[in-house]
Design a protein around this ligand. Structure first.
Ligand code: TLP
Length: 346
């Protein structure tokens, strides 16, 4: 098979041979009975990292977010969320279908909201109106271009939510990236949310797996709904082991992905026909626009593919690139050369 430099997502990583060895040797049990020691160890590890009472292992980030929404709300409740967020846009309408909630979407700056915007969106008590129940945040923010939620904003939003009796869920699929980029520990971020979902199969390089963390009472509800949604799994220590390995070995190296993303952004800035602000590249995601009037995102993706590089068109003129474990600094230089060629520059 031809080797591509795959910049479409950090979900494309393959488990390393050391990770596969740990998986093959994992102790397992029936996790629906709570008897898989490796799953239990992963849940405890992640609960500790996030400073929460407990955590539960689930197959995907989507299930993690949707279980949190389901467990926090009643049908008809309103969830305040940023308009380009993952749970609202990229989870198949699950909030409406599975929890019967409606979303109140706000416009953020690269996905980031202010407490004042949220306060204005909270419904007053009036039986004509839906009940505002939950606020969802995303850190880092995917469509915001991997933007980091400033912790002060999270504190303000959380405190304002608490003063109004509301709950906060954090989609922390890439909270690890935010933490490595800022030096702020995952638990320091997680403190400002009632529940947090995290993923092991994005930057961390595990093949599968996410967790939801929160209080014991909340996770009890999540557990019940996990079964209902078909997410109760059996001898999954085999994949939980990959998650433990990823947390132990692939967390600090996210720095390299961030450096590679920055280098890529700076290289792209040099090219005519590309509109990008490298200052906005805070972690491992790069979103740029094509300024060349004769070029579309789709055509650029096709041309890049012919040059051995896979990229992700996310709009007519918009491209997303994501750096990860399987992309080296040499690959970045190769990708930049391909962009140059595709844009007809020397
Ligand atoms: N994001 C994927 C795709 O769905 C777009 C990607 O390639 O970035 N929260 C956030 C912030 C995410 O970026 C994703 C996945 C999820 C949740 C969902 O995780 P999965 O794919 O495991 O359901």
């Amino acid at each position: 098979m031809e080797h591509f430099i795959d910049l479409r997502s950090d979900t494309v990583t393959k488990p390393t041979s050391s990770m596969r060895k740990v998986m093959a040797g994992a102790e397992v049990g029936d996790d629906v009975f709570g008897e898989d020691p490796t799953v239990n160890a992963l849940q405890e590890k992640v609960a500790n990292l996030l400073g929460k009472e407990t955590a539960i292992f689930v197959p995907s980030g989507t299930m993690a977010n949707q279980l949190a929404i389901k467990s926090h709300t009643q049908p008809g409740d309103e969830v305040i969320i940023e308009g380009t967020s993952h749970p609202y846009n990229f989870e198949g309408g699950a909030g409406a279908a599975l929890s019967g909630v409606q979303f109140y979407c706000l416009k953020g700056i690269r996905g980031i909201l202010d407490a004042s915007q949220i306060e204005e969106a909270i419904r007053s008590e009036d039986h004509h109106l839906p009940i505002t129940r939950l606020i969802c945040l995303e850190n880092t923010h995917n469509r915001g271009g991997g933007s980091i939620y400033p912790i002060e904003k999270m504190v303000e939003i959380y405190e304002s939510a608490k003063s109004r009796g509301l709950l906060v869920h954090l989609d922390g699929a890439r909270l690890w990236n935010a933490s490595v980029a800022t030096g702020i520990k995952p638990h320091e971020y997680a403190r400002w949310a009632d529940s947090v979902s995290v993923c092991l199969s994005k930057g961390l390089g595990a093949p599968i797996g996410s967790l939801v963390a929160g209080s014991k009472t909340f996770i009890d509800r999540v557990h019940r709904f996990r079964k209902m949604f078909g997410g109760g799994m059996r001898q999954v220590g085999i994949i939980a082991a990959a998650g433990i390995y990823a947390l132990d070995h692939h967390l600090e190296r996210l720095k390299e992905d961030h450096q590679n993303a920055k280098r890529l952004a700076l290289g792209l800035e040099e090219l005519k026909g590309v509109s990008i602000d490298p200052e906005h590249v805070e972690t491992n995601i790069i979103i740029f626009s094509i300024a060349d009037p004769g070029m579309t995102a789709l055509r650029m993706a096709e041309a890049m593919k012919r040059n051995g590089v896979l990229i992700h068109p996310i709009g007519k003129k918009q491209i997303r690139l994501v750096t990860h474990l399987d992309v080296s600094s040499e690959d970045i230089e190769t990708a930049l050369k391909a962009f140059k060629k595709v844009l007809g520059q020397k």
